[in-house]
Design a protein around this ligand. Structure first.
Ligand code: FES
Ligand SMILES: [Fe+2]
Length: 454
């Protein structure tokens, strides 16, 4: 494959990107190989496949995948495409199975993906078919705190290494209070006519749009975030929260103390956070103790996003450059009682389910951000992500690069920095060579020192 030169597409110094990144088919094909073919991609959560034989079907970009719990309690994943003539082997979204039987000619695969039975094997194949060579294509699987990820590339570093410093942040709610979290499914699924990167960048760092795009919705919802509606309030944005980016393009913004503020029925959730918060501080220290009570807008590179506090959890599966399938679960703390979990699920769906109040506001922008760039002239333009440039840097108390306000584009810049890096890199060993220096390039290294944090 002849790779396109991405240096023109992302200008790191001036924080701009070419508008073609949302439209061009060649760029998309390169993303499939360079990004989706080599990064860890979220598949499911262990809580959704607790017993031997439990399975879900998932997607890794455009590849269909089966994820199944094994007899030894491990989790395996394999491509959902028959090794005979390529038919889809499993059509169910989830279930419990002893085997997967292809409905074209009846080849039977075990829940570990191996080919175990072939109709008319002796009479028609004359025993010349080596079944051990015809198992379903295996996908590498690793699990972090119950979150199951798959990867196509054996050279990709371990999932823990790939998450890197971002795991420090994830641990805040994944293990901080001791009880862990889980996802409630099955995922809601919908189609949106937009490029996959538009929602990823929206979730990774776009607190800027909240007061404007969601002005009407926020007024209806009330609560702490209503103050952002219409950008009318005179607020000290730099004191309300922070924004973060870490190695490999992961990032998030946090509004301190805003936790479940989008939920209307939230008394039980609020109480749970109040009761467990001191344990998080005790286990992980004051920074993460504070983050535990915040509202986060987050993306894990490349295409998984969540809002901690609202607790919607999403994967944006690309279908070509101009369309995605959105899968939405609800994130809950395992130790909560079932009533509280169900209330949280209803509240998360009300705002960010397929027809959620806030999801609908965002969907329209995501589609037009993509389709307005189809024109020859429009595509020659640039997009800007310079908000808060230089108001960011390494921080003594937090890993990665920290931006001074939750309304900023620090995490956009981190996302596109890594996007450009991996789109150009020959291999993961090239990427590793930049590990030591990846945070040197943020221009204002003394930003937090100058603010008295050192
Ligand atoms: S395509 Fe699956 S058995 Fe023939
Ligand atoms: Fe939004």
């Amino acid at each position: 494959m002849n790779r396109i030169d991405v240096t023109e597409l992302v200008d790191l110094e001036n924080a701009t990107q070419s508008k073609t990144v949302f439209w061009d088919q060649t760029i998309y094909e390169q993303e499939l190989e360079q990004i989706f073919g080599r990064c860890w991609l979220f598949l499911t959560h262990e809580s959704l496949i607790p017993k031997t034989g439990d399975f879900v079907t998932a997607k890794m970009a455009e590849d269909l995948v089966i994820v199944a719990r094994q007899k030894d309690d491990s989790v395996k994943a394999f491509i959902n495409s028959c090794t005979h003539r390529g038919n889809q082997v499993c059509h169910a979204d989830s279930g419990n199975a002893r085997s997967f039987v292809c409905n074209y000619h009846g080849w039977v695969f075990g829940t570990d993906g191996s080919l175990v039975d072939v109709p008319l094997e002796e009479r028609c194949y004359h025993n010349n078919l080596d079944k051990s060579e015809h198992g379903l294509t295996q996908v590498r699987v690793e699990i972090y705190r119950g979150f199951v990820f798959g990867c196509f590339d054996d050279d990709t570093p371990s999932l823990e290494e790939y998450l890197g410093d971002f795991a420090w942040y994830l641990d805040t709610f994944m293990v901080g209070a001791g009880g862990g979290v889980e996802l409630l499914g099955p995922p809601l699924k919908s189609i949106l006519d937009c490029n996959w990167k538009v929602p990823v960048e929206n979730f990774i760092g776009d607190a800027y749009h909240v007061g404007w795009t969601h002005a009407a919705g926020l007024n209806v919802l009330g609560g702490e975030l209503a103050g952002l509606a219409g950008n009318q309030a005179d607020m000290p944005y730099d004191d309300l929260g922070l924004q973060f980016t870490t190695r490999h393009g992961h990032g998030f913004g946090v509004i301190h103390d805003a936790g479940p503020s989008i939920h209307i029925k939230r008394a039980a959730y609020d109480k749970f956070l109040q009761d467990t918060g001191p344990t998080v501080t005790e286990n992980l220290g004051p920074e993460r103790g504070q983050l535990y009570h915040g509202h986060w807008n987050t993306s894990i590179f490349p295409n998984t996003s969540f809002l901690y506090g609202t607790n919607t959890f999403k994967t944006w599966h690309p279908i070509g450059p101009h369309q995605i399938e959105v899968w939405t679960w609800t994130l809950v703390h395992k130790d909560m009682d079932d009533d509280t979990k169900r209330t949280m699920q209803r509240e998360a769906i009300r705002s960010f389910g397929t027809a959620g109040t806030l999801e609908s506001d965002d969907g329209e922008n995501m589609m037009t951000c993509t389709h307005s760039n189809r024109g020859q002239m429009a595509r020659k333009g640039r997009m800007n992500s310079s908000m808060g440039l230089n108001y960011e840097g390494p921080h003594p108390n937090y890993p990665g690069i920290v931006g001074s306000s939750f309304i900023g584009e620090t995490s956009y810049r981190g996302f596109y920095r890594f996007w450009a890096e991996i789109m150009a890199a020959e291999s993961w060993s090239d990427i590793k060579k930049n590990d030591k220096h990846w945070d040197d390039i943020w221009a204002n290294k003394d930003f937090w020192k100058d603010r008295g944090k050192s």
